[in-house]
Structures are given as structure tokens and as C-alpha cells.
Design a protein around this ligand. Structure first.
Ligand code: FNR
Length: 412
């Protein structure tokens, strides 16, 4: 109603309320390299299109003459009541789009009281984000490293930072084939964006020091005059990370250590058992798409899943996340907290995901678009708009709370 009130009084919103316009404006606010990273998907981006098509194929059948004057969007996740079934998805390397990066997102999420899932590839250490959030809810997303001590260190930091759940991302054992990034010849992390969660970690720093001591950075120190000039001219366009990386071999070794250790392709279900013993936090598996994997998640004793294809960034030609949700939620919804992401752009989309059995949804790119346009306030407004439209759509379809949404609300 605040958003409508502003409209009636003739004030324009800070970020466009139409997500297509939001995306267009965000694109103009970003460097080509930042936009390639944020907007891009795997391969031909068929999965990104499939994600949207799965929403568009389903329609909501509104009901009438039910008292919807009092609506409550609140849901409970792992014992914590949140005002709406919406989370800020973990998104790495956001300093590419705005200098305040994760800190701005932390403030945005805290203002809305919605959980922010700190990315393992954040540009601001989780401790700093947590400090900016008061007692607002936050979770931590883990990429299971090849180094077990690093996993333990990250988990301990997450617990100390007040994280209320750990989200283990399973679909990124390797980075997907992303032509937009590849064709620019510059994956974000190569210049050190998105590795502050690591470089602020005591165990990671120890690993880097060991590498430097072994002298594995030797050949990199011999930089030719021409290379220095080229790098400096680039750094005027992208200051910050690159300059930091040039000062000594240590930061360059940090990037290499990160690339070598951030994720473990050999991970199996057997490894999960150890995680259960290593943290008291609820464990949520992100990137589950096959019904059998959802059943295995139940057997593994985890607490939740995020049905997600990583916003179409990992496997080109993958099943649409919403179609996977329709299969998975009926199977495991009684035993697990079922979250959903990949393609949510509007309140109506949230209604569809909830109707198919999601307990809550995560939003990725839309808040990054808001962040690119207007920092913390932009990220906040982009998500607040989705929540406001969810509230209206819920009421206009004859429902007073998310719990009232069931599959028969949808056709198609
Ligand atoms: C992501 N995503 C992601 N996921 C994760 O577990 N850790 C991460 O660091 C990142 N980083 C990341 C960067 C960018 C630029 C994007 C767009 C996405 C995936 C993210 O959590 C979520 O699954 C998708 O963004 C959801 O899809 P939509 O909402 O972007 O369509």
C-alpha cells in the first residue's frame, strides 16, 4: 500500500516496478563485463528461457467472494517467523554492479526482515554483513571446498555470525559453460572479485601463505613492462580488486588458491553425513532437481532443499526449476522445508511456486538489478515490489495466506 500511496501522490518509484524495465535500466547501469556475469546463463540459455516458460505456461484461477480483507504473508522457516515467503538468494561477486556490494544487500534484506543468504563468493566478509543486519535473519551458503579445514572454518564463522541455516550448493561443483563471460575473456573471479569471504578466512589465508612459501607464484612475478601498462589501464576502468592483486604475489596466489579449492567435484552423498556432525545449523541442499535426489536428501537427514537450476547458469537444456518443483514438492514436502528459485520475477510467480508446494522462494537477479540501479534502497525496493505484488495477487485470487495456496489454484 505504501507503493500505491506513492503512486497516487504522483511520486515515481526509485526502481521501475515492471521487472522488464528494471532489467533494461540495470543493464544500462552496468559495465558490459558486470552485465555478462549477472544476466548470463549456461550455453544457449535454453534453461533460462525454460524457467520463464514454465511460469508462463501455468495460469492462476482466481476465486471470488472470500473475505480477503486481512491477509498475512508470514511463514515460519526453521523456527523463525518471517514477514513474507521470500529470501535474498546467495549471489557472488556483486561488487561488479555496485561498490557497496553485499553490505548494501544485507541492509536491504534487514530492512524488509527477509533472510539474506550470504554467498560463499561474497565481496564482503559475512561478519561485516551480519554486523549491518542487527538481529535480522541471515543464512550462509557453502561451496564445499576441497579443504576440510576451510569447510569447518566457514561453518564456524557462519555460526558465530548468527546464520540460522547453511545452504550447501550442489550444482556448482564446477562453473557452468557461460559464453557471455567466456567471450569477454574475463571470468569475474580472475580479478579477485567475489573472494573476500575466502581472503578474510584464517584457514584460507594460511593456505595462501603456504603456497607463497612454496614459491608457486614465482613465474607470475616476472611481469613485462607492456603487461604492467595494460593492467594499469584496465585497472583505471575496474579499480579496486585488480590493483590489490598487483601489489604482491600473495593476492594473486589467493585467486589461484580460490580457483583450486572453492568446490569439490568428487563430493558424494556419503560426505553429507559428516556435515551433519559438524554443524548444529539446519542444512539445506541447493540445486536439487531430480525426484530421486530429493528422496535421498530425506534419507540423508537434511532439513531442506532448494529446488533450483541456479537461474539457468549451470546446465544448458536443464529441466525448468518450476517443473522440477511440481514433481519434488509432493514427494518430500511433508518431511523437508522446500524452497524454490530460478526465474521468480513477480508476485504472481511467487504464488505459482507456493501453489506447487514451495514453503518460500529465493530471488536472485531482480535484487541485483535493483542494487545496480540504486544500491541498498534499489535492492530493497526490487524485492519489496515482488512482495507487494504477492500480497495483492494473493488477495485478488481469494487467499488470505500462503498456506491456502494449493496446486488446484493453477491450470496448465
Ligand atoms: C548466482 N547464484 C549463486 N548461487 C549460489 O549458491 N552461490 C553463489 O555465489 C551464486 N552466485 C550467483 C551470481 C549471480 C550473478 C547469479 C545471477 C546467481 C544463483 C542464485 O543463488 C539463484 O539460484 C538464482 O539467481 C535464482 O535465479 P534468478 O532469481 O536469478 O532467476
Amino acid at each position: 500500500s505504501a507503493i500505491y500511496g506513492a503512486g497516487v501522490s504522483g511520486r515515481r518509484p526509485r526502481v521501475p516496478t515492471d521487472h522488464r524495465e528494471l532489467e533494461r535500466r540495470a543493464r544500462r547501469a552496468c559495465s558490459p563485463r558486470a552485465w555478462a556475469y549477472v544476466a548470463g546463463g549456461a550455453g544457449t540459455e535454453a534453461t533460462m528461457r525454460a524457467n520463464r516458460a514454465a511460469f508462463d505456461r501455468r495460469s492462476i484461477v482466481p476465486r471470488t467472494l472470500r473475505d480477503v480483507s486481512r491477509r498475512d504473508l508470514g511463514v515460519e522457516l526453521f523456527g523463525r517467523r518471517i514477514p513474507a515467503p521470500v529470501l535474498f538468494a546467495p549471489v557472488g561477486a556483486v561488487e561488479l554492479v555496485h561498490p557497496e556490494a553485499d553490505l548494501a544487500v544485507a541492509r536491504a534484506a534487514a530492512e524488509l526482515g527477509l533472510p539474506y543468504v550470504f554467498s560463499n563468493q561474497a565481496c564482503v566478509p559475512m561478519e561485516d554483513c551480519a554486523a549491518a543486519m542487527g538481529d535480522a535473519p541471515r543464512w550462509f551458503q557453502l561451496y564445499w571446498s576441497t579443504d576440510e579445514d576451510l569447510v569447518d572454518s566457514l561453518l564456524a564463522r557462519a555460526e558465530r555470525s548468527g546464520a540460522e541455516a547453511v545452504v550447501v550448493t550442489l550444482d556448482t561443483t564446477m562453473l557452468g559453460w557461460r559464453p557471455r563471460d567466456l567471450d569477454l575473456g574475463s571470468l569475474p573471479f580472475a580479478r579477485g572479485e567475489g573472494i573476500a569471504q575466502y581472503t578474510s578466512d584464517p584457514r584460507f589465508r594460511e593456505m595462501v601463505r603456504e603456497r607463497v612459501a612454496r614459491g608457486s607464484g614465482g613465474e607470475d612475478v616476472r611481469i613485462t613492462f607492456a603487461a604492467v601498462r595494460a593492467l594499469l589501464s584496465m585497472s583505471r576502468r575496474f579499480p579496486g580488486p585488480l590493483l590489490r592483486n598487483l601489489r604482491s604475489p600473495e593476492p594473486r596466489e589467493a585467486v589461484r588458491t580460490f580457483l583450486d579449492t572453492y568446490s569439490r567435484p568428487s563430493l558424494t552423498w556419503a560426505d553429507l553425513a559428516s556435515l551433519r556432525e559438524r554443524t548444529k545449523l539446519p542444512i539445506v541442499l541447493k540445486g536439487v532437481l531430480h525426484p530421486d535426489d530429493a528422496r535421498r536428501a530425506v534419507d540423508a537427514g537434511v532439513d531442506g532443499v532448494v529446488v533450483s537450476n541456479h537461474g539457468g547458469r549451470q546446465v544448458d537444456g536443464s529441466v525448468a526449476a518450476l517443473d522440477a518443483l511440481a514433481e519434488i514438492a509432493p514427494l518430500v514436502g511433508a518431511e523437508l522445508t522446500v524452497l524454490f528459485d530460478s526465474g521468480i520475477r513477480s508476485g504472481g510467480d511467487v504464488v505459482k511456486a507456493l501453489a506447487l508446494g514451495a514453503d518460500a522462494v529465493c530471488v536472485g537477479r531482480p535484487y541485483v538489478h535493483g542494487l545496480a540501479l540504486a544500491g541498498a534502497a534499489g535492492a530493497r525496493d526490487a524485492v519489496a515490489d515482488i512482495v507487494a505484488e504477492l500480497d495483492l495477487t494473493l488477495g485478488l485470487t481469494g487467499h488470505a495466506s500462503p498456506a491456502e495456496l494449493t496446486p488446484d489454484v493453477l491450470r496448465g
